[in-house]
Design a protein around this ligand. Structure first.
Ligand code: SAM
Length: 289
């Protein structure tokens, strides 16, 4: 099979299988030949690693991962791509394709079943952009035995994820990701690198999972609820945003902020991880939640 990033090859495969792109499934396939080898290298695909891919498309990144990794499991939702992948990845004995929705699949069971002989497991994927945040959060919150997540996302999402917590660019997603992992921007990818080209620039980021969350937040549920309440009205002061949606009463908010050593007119976007953790512990102490 000639290169899967070659436009002629892609058109030929698509035509023979009667395949047409689904916009709804975020199908923008990579046609820039330099991107997938780089992603596979930086994503940690090597002979000791198992790699979980989400959304293989016609297999352009899958093939680069399979050349380097011990084993690759790729989860694809679009049933029409299964016969295509059977053909394009026929040369690789270390690849398993699973038909399913990455958001609904029991990924812990998939890892147990397929990667038992791998020293470590990494996730590497060109994500369908319509589910960027839910996929990343599912991977992080499920406490999967994975060491890193290397993904292509919209550049705006990459900027948000990699922003410093406590900066104006940060958001609830920034905080959630920094709680579980250390994110890093790797490289940008232009719309012309895809077929069909998306409207936006993309970027590849890598999130190194932290062995243990390094902050004592008292209670994870309260921590994420506090962050959610704060960012739901990020331009308001914490004295106001923490009472939004009935999360805390005015008195509770004032007491929690005082106990955490945070001025009531501070906005959530100004708090770093240590301050957010202190606020969460104060909310736990006051509400007993
Ligand atoms: N990896 C290929 C590439 O780089 O050319 C395709 C990437 S394309 C941006 C996203 C892929 O994810 C598509 O193949 C799409 O069908 C698949 N997909 C969309 N939603 C999915 C889901 N919930 N679970 C698994 N795969 C999904």
């Amino acid at each position: 099979m000639s290169s899967l990033s070659d436009i002629g090859t892609i058109k030929d495969v698509m035509q023979r299988h009667g395949f047409s792109f689904s916009k709804g499934l975020g199908q923008n396939f990579l046609v820039n030949p330099s991107v997938c080898p780089r992603m596979a290298e930086l994503g940690g695909a090597n002979e000791r690693a198992g790699v979980l891919e989400i959304g293989p498309g016609i297999g352009v990144l899958t093939a680069e991962l399979a050349r380097r990794a011990r084993r690759v499991v790729a989860v694809e939702l679009d049933e029409r791509l299964l016969p295509v992948l059977n053909e394009t990845l026929a040369a690789f004995s270390n690849v398993t394709i699973i038909h399913g929705d990455a958001l609904k699949l029991d990924l812990a069971a998939v890892i147990r079943e397929h990667f038992a002989d791998c020293e470590r497991v990494a996730v590497c994927a060109n994500l369908p952009y319509y589910i960027t945040s839910p996929i990343i959060m599912t991977l992080l919150e499920s406490h999967l035995p994975i060491t890193s997540i290397t993904v292509m996302v919209q550049k705006e999402a990459a900027d948000r994820i990699c922003a410093a917590v406590g900066s104006r660019e940060s958001g609830a997603l920034t905080v959630a990701i920094h709680y579980y992992a250390a994110p890093r921007m790797l490289f940008r990818v232009s719309p012309g690198s895809f077929m069909p080209p998306p409207k936006v620039t993309s970027a590849v980021i890598r999130m190194e999972l932290l062995p243990e969350p390094p902050y004592d937040v008292g209670d994870e549920k309260v921590f994420f609820a506090t962050v959610k309440a704060g960012f739901s009205q990020r331009r308001k002061t914490l004295a106001n945003s923490l009472t939004s949606g009935g999360f805390l009463t005015r008195e509770q908010a004032a007491e929690a902020l005082a106990n955490a050593g945070i001025a009531p007119n501070t906005r959530i976007e100004a708090l770093n991880m240590e301050k957010l953790a202190a606020l969460s512990r104060a909310v736990v102490a006051i509400t007993g939640k």
